[in-house]
Design a protein around this ligand. Structure first.
Ligand SMILES: [Zn+2]
Length: 142
């Protein structure tokens, strides 16, 4: 399963814990902590012990990608459809989100979401790409 690595990182920083300290507090290995913070992939057991270490409900670590896709920001309809997988943006003419993928020369993976009511089409970048935004010299915060 996937957990919200961003919330996990925020909680750890709030407690001023290093990854090692979180490993001790949760009983997980350092390697497991590092992997979860990197890609959010965690077992149910890991999720439980992390929630307990942070003293929060297990649901607070849920990965809420779907929640931000609905309702439609234009018409507020909840009839929103997402493509079942991420697609590589280079398969679309031109390039969406260049230089946010694992390789310098490729684009981030994106997931199209379309509103079944008004047709508004949105693209969501993968978490992987979002993690790279802050350090990217090709993207600046506005
Ligand atoms: Zn709509």
């Amino acid at each position: 399963m996937k957990i919200n690595a961003k919330i996990m990182l925020k909680l750890r920083e709030e407690k001023a814990w290093s990854q090692e300290e979180l490993a001790i507090a949760s009983g997980l290995s350092l390697r497991t902590i590092q992997r979860i913070e990197r890609n959010g992939a965690a077992s149910l057991h890991s999720k439980k012990v992390l929630a307990s270490a942070f003293d929060i409900d297990i649901q607070d670590l849920n990965y809420d990608e779907e929640m931000q896709m609905t309702p439609c920001p234009a018409c507020k309809s909840k009839e929103v459809y997402q493509y079942k997988d991420y697609i590589n943006a280079t398969t679309i003419e031109g390039e969406l989100l260049p230089k946010l993928a694992s390789s310098m020369f490729s684009s981030a993976k994106i997931r199209p979401v379309v509103c079944g009511n008004c047709g508004l089409l949105r693209f969501f970048a993968s978490n992987d790409a979002l993690d790279k935004l802050k350090e990217s010299k090709h993207w600046m915060r506005v």
